[in-house]
Design a protein around this ligand. Structure first.
Ligand SMILES: [Zn+2]
Length: 340
């Protein structure tokens, strides 16, 4: 399989200040590892800036204008977690546009799948508000782009970042065309993501939350993906699969309390890649969200990119031994709406 990757020096210019975990060094570590490979196994997809029309598919114009206005300020903070610099608007526009370009490349058949190594991250960004290190919701914008520009009817977003993707959930909460599935530590930042949050109106059932207590690792995550995420995803039969791929559920991560390893992330990726192979011609794009330990981040990216090559797609995925995950409520909800 041909995997497209998105990298851009402009993402490094988004300066969050000294001591902030969401820092340019995260991407420097990933880009350094990619350069060190000196290989042609990935196809670079150039970034572009997302247009105001594209941003308006998810965000209100006032929000876009507020982020744009920070380009004229030396420093600004949307909240205590979300400081920006004068280059942050450009970085955020290119992060969103880079993900759109990668999605376009997959749709055009130029690449089979892809991974966008972007920052700022996006899944906490709401329609009208920056929060949680996020300015524009890269994954939500990609899902909206697939609907509006490519005419797809069913897009699946799986979010395995350790934090709940509140912005993505809210963007499609009443929308049956975008199924949002999130596994996350709970209760935890940002506070949303209870299992009972299932969508509303026509979108009821098209939000599926897997709230996990701190301490879950490969055994529980892989079990949850095999028992809940995979069967629901197959039943939905998406035409495109987007992954909010944060790596802050890694056992080394300083912000959260999960125990996932890079091999665990590889297994989660394999489950999703197999769904994509079977139902949508391999069309899958992963977008970087969190992940704040540089070594864990780089190793996890390596593991997931290895899976995206397709070399181990036929190998069985099994959960390592360990305590069972408590999936009773998500399973009950999944059975109710999806008859798995
Ligand atoms: Zn996170």
């Amino acid at each position: 399989m041909r995997t497209g990757i998105v990298t851009d020096e402009s993402f490094l210019a988004h300066d969050t200040g000294a001591g902030h975990p969401e820092r340019a060094d995260r991407l420097r570590a990933i880009y350094g590892w990619i350069e060190g490979r000196r290989s042609s196994e990935w196809i670079r997809v150039p970034t572009r800036e997302a247009s105001s029309e594209e941003l308006a598919r998810i965000h209100v114009p006032e929000h876009v204008e507020r982020v744009a206005a920070t380009a004229r300020l030396p420093h600004y903070a949307f909240d205590a977690d979300t400081p920006v610099s004068s280059r942050s608007f450009e970085a955020a526009s290119r992060a969103a546009g880079g993900v759109l370009a990668l999605v376009d490349a997959v749709m055009a058949g130029e690449v089979t799948n892809g991974f966008a190594f972007v920052r700022p991250p996006g899944h906490h960004a709401e329609r009208d508000r920056a929060m949680g290190f996020c300015l524009f919701n890269n994954v939500a914008l990609a899902a909206a782009h697939l609907r509006a520009a490519h005419g797809l009817e069913r897009v699946l977003v799986v979010d395995w970042d350790v934090h709940h993707g509140n912005g993505t959930q809210h963007a499609f909460y009443r929308d049956p065309n975008v199924l949002f599935i999130s596994s996350h530590q709970y209760p935890f930042y940002p506070g949303t993501g209870a299992a009972r949050e299932v969508g509303s109106g026509e979108g009821e059932g098209f939000t599926l939350n897997l709230p996990f207590p701190a301490g879950y690792g490969d055994a529980q995550y892989v079990r949850a993906f095999l028992d809940v995420v995979e069967p629901v995803a197959r039943r939905f039969a998406p035409e495109f699969l987007l992954v909010s791929a944060g790596f802050d559920a890694h056992r080394r991560d300083p912000l959260a309390g999960m125990q996932v390893s890079e091999q665990g992330f590889a297994k989660l990726a394999r489950v999703l890649l197999r769904v994509a192979r079977d139902v949508c011609g391999n069309r899958l794009v992963a977008v970087l969200e969190g992940g704040y330990d540089l070594e864990a981040l780089t190793r996890s990216v390596e593991a997931v990119l290895g899976e995206m090559s397709g070399k181990s797609l036929e190998e069985a995925v099994s959960a390592p031994p360990g305590d069972a995950a408590d999936l009773s409520l998500p399973l009950e909800i999944a059975r109710h709406y999806w008859r798995i």
